[in-house]
Design a protein around this ligand. Structure first.
Ligand SMILES: Cc1cc2nc3c(=O)[nH]c(=O)nc-3n(C[C@H](O)[C@H](O)[C@H](O)COP(=O)(O)OP(=O)(O)OC[C@H]3O[C@@H](n4cnc5c(N)ncnc54)[C@H](O)[C@@H]3O)c2cc1C
Length: 331
């Protein structure tokens, strides 16, 4: 009989883990959010739609290229051949067209398309926040926020951001201290929708030396509505300093900064939404691509183990599955 494995988190790391384990173990995923996708989510504010987390992703390893190939073939992922610029404060210091560069991929019609596609056929409990894990004899029990107990799991794999993983994992977990020491930094995402044309000389911009780090023209991605929509990301430093500040003030400040950078007033946008990502990224080097405790039958993976990007989340999951398959064979 297959082993039963609970996977916490249905972002790209969680669903990749489940996919790669299919046929080898019976997996059940739990996610506290309403849908799958995690930080590859989409925010709808009719009539606008924004990718407010990950903006695009690369596929540099053959494993990831092979993994996403079916989604590319079926049009769920497409290249975003953006006109890219780099700003230093409010000056454009370089221009590139991603058409001539390595592929930058986006989900179509939204960033969550890849994870949605991968989650087809998987058993996923959404709106289920797991609050604690308990070992009962040889099985794990998971307690959720509503007080339900999910019983009978041989293994638990967490794919949630490291600070949230540290809250769930027992200090007896072999790598508990490693995980507890991995910080993740916040980021604000400002979404701006315009009812009239809002022409800009770029589709994607990285920005240096301001409180804004990224300005993306969401509506320039393939398969999106033509209504102009911008996604602006703050720097992680700005988000750390203002995480507890008044949201209206943050929105005004980021609008003013964006207007100054691009030389056009965005304050009159028809739709303005701000989202705070508390655990957006970890760019620091981590000693292991994933963490596994064979004795406790507990494991952790996620983007934070491998560079804080979509492809890193997949690689971390793939690394974990290789190790897990070896230990399942040994039983
Ligand atoms: C603003 C921003 C911009 C980014 N830009 C890019 C980019 O351009 N390119 C790129 O490659 N990457 C980018 N990233 C990073 C990318 O989004 C992540 O690397 C990737 O999505 C992480 O996937 P994951 O599965 O490891 O984690 P997540 O997507 O965070 O998935 C974890 C899941 O766990 C769930 N969860 C948490 N706690 C619990 C709990 N207790 N119980 C149940 N469920 C729980 C969450 O709801 C979430 O769905 C960006 C991230 C942010 C926030």
């Amino acid at each position: 009989m297959n082993k039963k494995i609970a996977i916490l988190g249905a972002g790209i790391a969680g669903v990749s883990t489940a996919r790669l384990l299919s046929g080898v173990a019976d997996t059940v995923l739990f996610d506290k959010a309403r849908g799958v996708g995690g930080r590859m989510s989409v925010r709808r504010t009719e009539p606008y739609c924004y990718d407010h987390g990950a903006q695009y992703f690369t596929a540099r390893t053959v494993d990831f290229q092979n993994f996403i190939r079916p989604a590319i073939d079926s049009g769920l992922i497409k290249r975003w051949d953006a006109r890219h610029v780099s700003f230093d404060r409010d000056s454009i210091v370089s221009r590139r067209n991603w058409l001539d560069d390595e592929p930058r991929y986006v989900g179509v019609p939204g960033m969550n398309s890849l994870v949605k596609h991968l989650s087809e056929g998987l058993t996923i409990h959404t709106k289920t926040k797991i609050t604690s894990l308990k070992r009962q004899k040889e099985f794990w029990e998971l307690l959720d926020e509503q007080g339900n107990i999910h019983r009978g799991y041989d293994w638990v794999i967490t794919t949630v951001p490291s600070p949230q993983a540290a809250e769930l994992l027992t200090p007896f977990f072999k790598h508990y201290e490693d995980i507890r020491s991995i910080q993740m930094r916040p980021c604000f995402s400002l979404m701006l929708g315009f009812s009239e044309k809002f022409p800009l000389e770029f589709d994607a911009a990285h920005v240096a030396n301001t409180d804004v780090s990224w300005i993306g023209v969401n509506s320039s991605k393939p398969g999106r509505s033509n209504l102009p929509a911008l996604v602006v990301h703050s720097t992680e430093r700005y988000a750390e300093e203002h995480l507890e500040s008044d949201r209206d003030l943050i929105m005004k400040a980021l609008c003013a900064e964006t207007s100054r950078i691009i030389g056009r007033d965005v304050s009159g946008a028809d739709s303005k939404v701000l989202h705070a990502w508390h655990f957006a990224n970890n760019h620091r080097h981590v000693s292991s691509p994933c963490f596994i405790d064979q004795g406790l039958k507990l494991a952790a993976c996620g983007d934070w183990c491998q560079g804080g990007r979509v492809e890193g989340a997949f690689s971390s999951a793939a690394n974990l599955v290789v190790k897990l398959k070896e230990s399942l064979k040994e039983i």
